[in-house]
Unconditional design. Sequence first.
Length: 306
Amino acid sequence: MTLHISTPFVQSQPNSRRLGKPVWLKMEAAQPSGSFKLRGVGALCEARHAAGVQRFVASSGGNAGLAAAYCGRELGVPVVVVVPESTPSRARDLIRLEGSELIVRGGTWAEAHEFALSLIGPRDAFVHPFDDPLIWQGHATLVDEIAASGPKPGAIVLAVGGGGLLCGVLEGLQRNGWSDVPVIAVETDGADCYARSVAEGRPVELAQITSVATSLGARRPCDGALRWAQRHEIHSVVVSDKQAVEAAIRLLDEHRVLVEPACGAALAALDCDTPVLQAASSIAVVVCGGATVTAQQLLDFAARLD
Ligand SMILES: *Cc1c(COP(=O)(O)O)cnc(C)c1O
């Protein structure tokens, strides 16, 4: 038994028709915590629990904390989640609902992260939202499931924040013998630290995050994600907030699934005329999910961005 569940991998008729080729959706929004984060965080929490830790301490913009809170409740381990003031109230409420202690500290994730690190005692385990090999191993299970369910996709599309999902998917592609599948790494304008870092060939730290896709709001990508750029065919795509929000609303209308703008970004990349997507015979999109938004907020974002 794992803490995450095996999620549906469904062909999207509307997207397939628009692109003229099969488009498949890996429905991570169906995870009990609302996002793929549960795969990596679950793997980490299980390993640390088996090693006898007494408490999980997490820093998070929302979904990683929610996953840690879920794991703590399932495993009977107390959890402290530190979030910045930018974390939406809905995310804070959901974390408290799982029975975790919630601390709001700092204006950005980096400040919340610093504070969370200062809390770590000898019997605590730290749960990083994206930069930990155990987290990547856990995320890689989503590729194992795609591989078990059918043929190799022609390309795989995913959103990038700190790069944990990217590292996990690449590990999954590698361990399934799919190292020739190109990956489209999507960010929003204002949270595009990965695209900039790859373009400049060194880690670029953004001065601030200006995108509404708060779950993509790491100011710099993890080193692991940058190392992959040298070993695998990865194409960066940057979409606008408006495109990301509209793609999230369209998913809700077409597939009855609510996701954050961070996830909408990956879906929006399907509409960009990217040569690698035009060349691909089929496409798999990681519908990474996100529990911190409501349908009304998506509509409000869309109205504001118009
Ligand atoms: C965390 C998160 C991301 C970004 O994942 P990274 O591992 O930080 O790159 C994207 N979408 C959602 C919904 C998330 O929760």
